[in-house]
Write a protein that binds this ligand. Structure first.
Ligand code: ASP
Ligand code: MG
Length: 441
């Protein structure tokens, strides 16, 4: 069998869903299991609805337009326009409750944002049925996807594979499952984090023994750089799991970073494909690369990175300081990214998450802390770049030519990643300069 995941733009309109329908139809002999994102923009809108409710502003118009988006697609696909009315009613009731209560707990938020995928899966399954394909929409939590109770960033339980196998045994025809959402053992709806539908696909792929996990999107695959920044960016034929995970974590938006975890476990290749060009091979992500497919692959960047500089009062020859600082970050669930140390200080980068402000307050009780926000981080990723003589100097040469100052560097922690920080607004030029040097000459 094979898992096919379609992102928000791929199910974003009736014509997009028709394309999805023919892609599935052409692969029926592979026994597809389908995972879908919410209709493009719908999850964002659900978050906006939460804000409107909490700010005591009118939410009814925005809700009405959400209904309109889904009903228009249903109408254009010649499906029953009332197909998702039950879900829309439930959503409306929840919004009323939020507005009245004036609060939205993490649990309520995951319930709220679950409606996007629950509706899109009905649209896609409905369309497959009109094509004469036996199909059913299934909420991932009814297909065995049970997670811990960490709302907004839930992770599957250790025995998720057997739960999925058990729950899916009785399903027939093409299953169209919701991406992104799951439930915990108490039955509360949880989510895997923004962009989590890719992760859902690979969880199901690993549990069901998929021969390949296909992530269908609207670009030709993972690219050498973000094509919105670099005009000459080009798709990559292959990537290793490790490269893909680094690229995803460091800002490439095509695939969710956790997607690689279940795939690595079961050694299942992931392929990133373009719904507009279904015959293009896209990017194949696999465990081992051929010798000639190693080397520098892609340049990514991300903004709004914070640097936390921690200076110990009298740290000379002290031990245990790093552990103390790390303990604070772990208790406040701050995800630490790059670390650089000197005799008396430690610099960390983070993209927030967790409770950074509270962590900093506690650090200030025993050391001096300086925080710099809105730095931009650039990562150059590729198997074995650490071992290539002259590689780092080539990169920093480009920065010198651009007269860009580097604030923090991480190199050597893995064989495959060189990351550094630059000031606000500088990343795009640096990415273009590096792309020219590393890929266009
Ligand atoms: N719909 C969710 C989001 O927008 C999950 C996904 O698309 O992967 O984040
Ligand atoms: Mg996505």
């Amino acid at each position: 069998m094979i898992v096919l995941k379609f992102g928000g733009t791929s199910v974003g309109s009736s014509s997009a869903i028709r394309r999805v329908g023919s892609i599935i139809q052409e692969r029926l002999e592979k026994q597809p299991f389908v995972v879908v994102s919410a209709v493009g923009g719908v999850t964002d809108r659900l978050f906006e609805l939460r804000d409107l409710c909490l700010e005591k502003q009118a939410w009814e118009d925005s809700f009405a337009s959400l209904c309109g988006i889904h009903r228009t697609i249903l109408e254009e696909l010649e499906l029953d326009v009332q197909l998702v009315d039950g879900l829309l009613e439930e959503l409306k009731g929840l919004l009323g409750e939020l507005a009245a209560a004036g609060e939205c707990t993490p649990r309520m938020l995951d319930h709220l944002v679950s409606f996007g995928e629950r509706m899109s899966s009905r649209l896609v399954a409905g369309h497959l049925q009109t094509l004469g394909i036996e199909s059913c929409a299934v909420d991932a939590f009814d297909a065995g996807l049970v997670t811990d109770g960490r709302f907004q960033r839930a992770r599957p339980l250790d025995d998720v594979n057997s739960r999925i196998q058990e729950a899916c045994r009785s399903l027939t025809g093409v299953v169209v499952a919701t991406g992104y959402i799951a439930r915990d053992e108490e039955g509360n709806i949880t989510t895997l984090g923004r962009g989590g539908s890719d992760y859902t696909a690979s969880i199901f792929g690993a549990a069901l023994g998929s021969e390949e996990i296909q992530i269908w999107t609207d670009v030709d695959g993972v690219m050498t750089a973000d094509p919105r920044i670099v005009e000459n960016a080009r798709p990559l034929a292959t990537l290793s799991f490790e490269e893909a995970a680094e690229l995803a974590f460091y800002g490439a938006r095509v695939i969710h970073p956790a997607t690689m975890i279940p795939a690595v476990d079961k050694d299942i290749p992931i392929r990133v494909l373009n719904t507009h060009r279904p015959d293009f091979p896209g990017t194949l992500i696999l465990a081992d690369l051929a010798e000639d497919a190693r080397g520098v692959k892609s340049i990514t960047s991300k903004s709004h990175v914070s640097v936390v500089n921690v200076v110990a009062p009298r740290m000379l020859d002290q031990y245990g300081f790093l552990a103390r600082v790390a303990d604070v970050f772990s208790r406040f669930e701050v995800v630490v990214d790059i670390i650089a140390t000197s005799e008396v200080s430690i610099a960390f980068t983070t993209q927030g998450g967790g409770r950074l402000d509270s962590a900093i307050d506690e650090l200030k009780e025993f050391c001096r802390v300086d925080v710099y926000h809105d730095r931009e981080q650039i990562s150059v990723v590729g198997e074995d770049i650490r071992d290539r003589i002259g590689f780092a100097s080539e990169v920093f040469d480009v920065l010198g030519e651009l007269k860009v100052n580097v604030e923090l560097i991480s190199f050597g922690a893995t064989r495959i990643n060189l990351s550094f920080l630059v000031g606000e607004g500088q990343a795009a030029d640096v990415v273009r300069g590096l792309h020219k040097r590393l890929f266009e000459s």
